[in-house]
Design a protein around this ligand. Structure first.
Ligand code: PMP
Length: 457
């Protein structure tokens, strides 16, 4: 039996009225959304020039004025787009080899899973404080103090959010708006410039070189700040997604020395990959002399603990900044999920360093395998072996006339293999591969890539 939704005829009538109102030609139609779209196609050519219409397959056309103009300056996430395409292909029964998303293939540690189940059984399903449960904030503060030597007051300097992504956005929104500029080193995580645009601010993209380990040098930082006095915030991704570059203490100190001459500039240190470093360590930018008061430290549970779907991250920052972020979060999401927060406490208090370090060793093997395989493909080069996170960014500009997006789309079509074009990371002519999947899957991926590039040499 078919049921009739009372909303559809109503929406259709609204759409018809809109089209009639805007059209100079008389038009008349009854029925489904599809009919409205067909009608609007016939009539919108004249309308679109005067009021601007937006349409997509199988959707009702609406005037572009319906949308916030800021949307025109924001691109959707390519990684998420390709990942969604992969999920659709998989739902249709196709087997896709995906190295596109930054998600460890292993499960969260057992203690995390147990704590989640225990929280369900205890009925721990209510809203928490906006900034997160006291248990989790205490655990975060203790972890930052023990491993990074930075002391945050758990009562008012830590805000737990629904993933590090939301924490980065709220950090930018709390500090930047129209007229402000944000320095984003390239290659960059694609969400940074889009988040900056969403806040009404402008990104200043600063290229880094493979020879410098894809790190911003103090000289480039100084000249960028001198040329752009509107820069209010620097986003420092350490270790970097997508390059795997890691700023170690000396490099951070050199940047901090420059920043001492620019006292109004803040830093958002996205340290979500800090547990995944292969050589040396990754100090918190907030721990560098003089930088605590101007740093927002973002971290989360997705990468080190493989808790991607639990959507749990945090920002730690001096109280006035944390308070502003709390205000934003109180109006956007109220708080992170209570079950995820219980899981987060277990992650920080029950999972040992040894357990996490063992995962780093597994990642190192995968990294070395992928680097070795890529080095055997003619025309593919890696200028800097990644020292952190779980991505490689090989140069493939010898193929498809340097059109990395075309390469990725053709690869998906021909071999059912998903990777992300480097141009969405501000690195045209490259591709980004995540090696956080199983070694078997990496083997299949490397074979597919080799065959595909040989066919398209
Ligand atoms: N920052 C960077 C650099 C990332 O790569 C990611 C995830 N890909 C995030 C933040 C967001 O992580 P989360 O899952 O905690 O939102």
């Amino acid at each position: 039996m078919t049921s009739i939704s009372p909303r559809k005829p109503f929406l259709s009538m609204v759409a018809i009225c809109l089209i009639l109102a805007y059209s100079s030609k008389p038009a008349f139609a009854f029925g489904s959304h599809k009919m409205i779209t067909a009608l609007s196609e016939a009539t919108t050519s004249s309308i679109s020039t005067s009021i601007g219409m937006i349409n997509s397959d199988d959707a009702v056309a609406v005037p572009s004025s319906f949308l916030n103009p800021i949307i025109a300056s924001v691109k959707p996430s390519k990684t998420v787009e390709i990942f969604s395409l992969v999920k659709e292909m998989e739902a249709a029964g196709e087997i896709v080899t995906s190295l596109c998303v930054g998600e460890p293939d292993f499960l969260p540690p057992q203690a995390v899973l147990d704590a989640t189940i225990a929280a369900v059984i205890a009925g721990d399903t209510k809203y928490t404080a906006v900034t997160g449960t006291a248990d989790l904030r205490n655990a975060i503060a203790a972890d930052l103090k023990r491993r990074k030597g930075v002391e945050y007051n758990p009562a008012n300097e830590i805000v737990v959010g629904n993933g590090a992504k939301q924490c980065v956005y709220q950090g930018v929104l709390a500090t930047c708006g129209k007229g402000d500029k944000v320095l984003v080193p390239a290659p960059y995580w694609p969400s940074y410039p889009e988040m900056v645009s969403l806040c009404g601010a402008t990104s200043v993209i600063v290229e880094t070189k493979a020879d410098d380990g894809y790190l911003v040098t103090p000289e480039v930082l100084r000249s960028s700040l001198e040329e752009n006095p509107e820069i209010k915030l620097i986003i420092l991704c350490n270790p970097s997604n997508p390059t795997g570059g890691v700023y170690q203490l000396e490099k951070l100190q050199a940047l901090a020395n420059v920043l001492k001459d620019f006292p109004k500039v803040l830093v958002l240190a996205d340290e979500i990959y800090e547990r995944l470093v292969y050589e040396g360590d990754c100090p918190a930018f907030a721990s560098v002399d003089g930088m605590f008061s101007r740093t927002m430290t973002v971290n989360g549970f997705s990468k080190a603990y493989a808790m991607t779907g639990m959507r749990l991250g945090y920002v730690a920052a001096p109280q006035p900044l944390a308070r502003a972020i709390t205000t934003i979060q109180s109006q956007l999401t109220s708080c992170a999920g209570s079950l995820s927060q219980a899981a987060g406490v277990a992650a920080l208090t029950l999972v040992t360093d040894e357990e996490l370090d063992a995962n780093v060793e597994i990642m190192r093997e995968k990294r070395d395998y992928v680097l070795d395989e890529l080095s055997k493909i003619p025309g593919v080069s890696i200028s800097m072996p990644p020292n952190g996170a779980f991505y490689v960014l090989p140069d493939v500009s010898a193929y498809f006339d340097g059109d990395d997006t075309k390469l990725c789309l053709e690869l998906l079509k021909a071999k059912k293999m998903a990777i992300v074009p480097g141009s969405s990371f501000g690195a045209p002519g490259t591709i980004r591969l995540s090696y956080a999947t199983s070694i078997e899957e990496l083997g299949i991926a490397m074979t597919k890539l080799k065959e595909f590039l040989a066919d398209n040499a």
